[in-house]
Unconditional design. Sequence first.
Length: 278
Amino acid sequence: MSDAKQPTLIDREPLTAALFEEWDVLDRLLAGLTDEQWASPTPLPGWTVHDVVAHLIGIESMLSDVEPPVAADEVPDSPHVRNAIGAFNERWVTGLRSHSHAEVLSGFRDITRTRRAALSAMTQDDFDAPSMTPVGPDTYGRFMRTRLFDCWFHEHDIRDAVGLPGEEGGPRAEYSLVELIGGLGFAVGKKGGAPQGSTVTFALTGPLARDIHIAVDGRAAVVPALDGPATTTLRLDSRLFTRLCGGRTSAADHSGEITILGDEALGRQIANNLAFTI
């Protein structure tokens, strides 16, 4: 039996519909912001709302073969840049900082219009084709699901920065949660240090309510169900869960919002080490 990873095959039409809707939601959100809100710091170190939108423009531009506006050696050193992906992102963030907020919004509309046309012209075979993605070799469709995940996450970075909460359920959130769940084994086993033979349940409430189970058997992995009660169960709102996984906040700042059943020490250890996204 082969252990080769099977390609991720995702239906093109519903995924692109969700991605296009996400761009529309972002467009409406950004169009209503004041200059002061555009300049607001976000949960991402060193980035304002303006910078987050510059980053979104940059990734979609890269997918359209558009070069960043500044060279790598023109980007100042920043403590929040820790890897090659971060360094690439800063070429767009730095290059667009001198642009007005209106110009950045116009740039976002232009590049998403270009990408919308390109994705609409693609076939299911194009989506199923092998591609390098931010999470390694997979399919182009998987790459586009990570794009939706990124845009959805940054939508809520912007909303949190300006105090305008939005809908965190529905198809866009469901696609994004699938990407998030894919990293939970690493977060629980490697970062959280869950021991061999242990099991963990995240009992989510809120807009993405569900139970997510993880078993540590050789390595930690998400499983459909457990044979018995989990070693530790963490009950929390899905809105807090996504932000903890994204490193946007810390469990220590929300200790009263996380209920732990079973092994409390292990549960706290996992909650304190949930951040794993890039």
